[in-house]
Design a protein around this ligand. Structure first.
Ligand SMILES: CC(C)=CCC/C(C)=C/CC/C(C)=C/CC/C(C)=C/[C@@H]1[C@@H](COP(=O)(O)OP(=O)(O)O)[C@]1(C)CC/C=C(\C)CC/C=C(\C)CCC=C(C)C
Ligand code: MN
Length: 299
């Protein structure tokens, strides 16, 4: 069988894709030890490819069968059989880290929802979607990043190792909710509303108002409500960072703080997400780094 790519070339390709498409995550990985950041790059590429099946240039040709084939491709990867040059790095990552296939399957299930669904009635329905496309990323990342070994004492010789899965899921959901709030206008132009219809009704705001991009007191109240809920998921995630490995805490704090800043920008824009895309200026991102370092070292 012809060599698809050397392992080094495969990881380098994953690094280039991550650096190109995910500046914030890439910055976070730069603060990680070599073996772990390479693994995150390989996982990022798989996640990006999965998302682009439904969200990228090829989306129009994607069907349930496309996702079925992608799931078969995933099974091959977990069986140790790469099919293209970026697969080589992920197969190596799967051998090095205790990654379970279920979060990968769940992300594909999330992309299936994007195929046939463009409204969410309740927050519970939206939360399932956010778990599938983003909470799963938290589980994948935590499996690579690892946790600080618990302190062994004479009175506690076999301390339980706490894996912060719920908190990792919470960060993924917080990121996805942030993404949804930032992209309300863009998604509406594609006929898609992720905000729960029950929430719109709570503030007497209609789908028609949203498609017209109406920004009034009703909309601002609704957005305050949504942002407050997203911040609760960030707060939940913060509790889990303290048990991550020491050298990992800074990059994760950085990823959390930088993504959460998007909510601050939406507030600065007075919740007008229709004519302004919330964007965190570089200088604000840079200011967040020492804050994240302090949180990682002290808390
Ligand atoms: C620093 C670090 C470990 C980051 C993880 C990097 C990684 C593997 C990211 C994958 C992201 C991705 C492409 C997922 C596919 C589905 C998707 C697009 C999800 C949405 C991401 C938005 O990506 P992007 O910003 O590129 O979107 P736009 O194109 O700009 O619209 C999501 C919002 C989900 C992102 C979810 C995470 C990064 C999970 C973070 C959680 C952890 C790192 C766990 C931390 C552990 C604890 C205990 C808190
Ligand atoms: Mn998507």
């Amino acid at each position: 069988m012809r060599t698809l790519a050397s392992l080094e070339d495969s990881y380098e390709l994953c690094r280039q894709v991550t650096a190109e498409y995910a500046k914030t995550f890439y910055l976070g990985t730069q603060l990680m030890p070599e073996a772990k950041r390479r693994a995150i790059w390989a996982i990022y590429v798989w996640c990006r490819r999965t998302d682009e099946l439904v969200d990228g240039p090829m989306a129009a040709t994607t069907t349930e069968e496309t996702l079925d084939r992608w799931e078969e491709h995933l099974e091959a990867l977990f069986a140790g059989h790469p099919r293209d040059e970026v697969d080589v790095a992920l197969v190596d990552t799967l051998h090095r880290f205790p990654l379970d296939i279920q979060p990968f399957r769940d992300m594909i299930a999330g992309q299936r929802m994007d195929l046939y669904r463009n409204r969410y009635q309740t927050f519970e329905e939206l939360e399932l979607y956010c778990y599938r496309v983003a909470g799963t990323v938290g589980l994948m990342s935590t499996a690579v990043m690892g946790v600080e070994p618990p302190v062994i004492t004479p009175w506690n010789p076999n301390p339980e190792i706490m894996i912060p899965n719920q908190e990792a899921i919470a960060l993924g959901i917080a990121n996805q909710l942030t993404n949804i709030l930032r992209d309300v206008g863009e998604d509406a132009r594609r006929g898609r509303i992720y905000l729960p219809l029950d929430d719109l009704a709570l503030f007497n705001y209609t789908e028609e108002d949203l498609f017209k991009g109406v920004v009034d007191e009703r909309w601002q109240e609704l957005m305050r409500f949504e942002i407050q809920r997203a911040r609760k998921f960030y707060a939940e995630a913060e509790k889990g960072i303290s048990v991550l490995s020491e050298e990992i805490r800074w990059p994760v704090w950085t990823a959390l703080v930088l993504y959460r800043q998007i909510l601050d920008e939406i507030e600065r824009n007075e919740y007008d997400v229709f004519s302004k895309r919330a964007y965190v200026p570089k200088w604000r991102k840079m200011m967040a780094l020492p804050v994240a370092l302090l949180r990682a070292k002290v808390l």
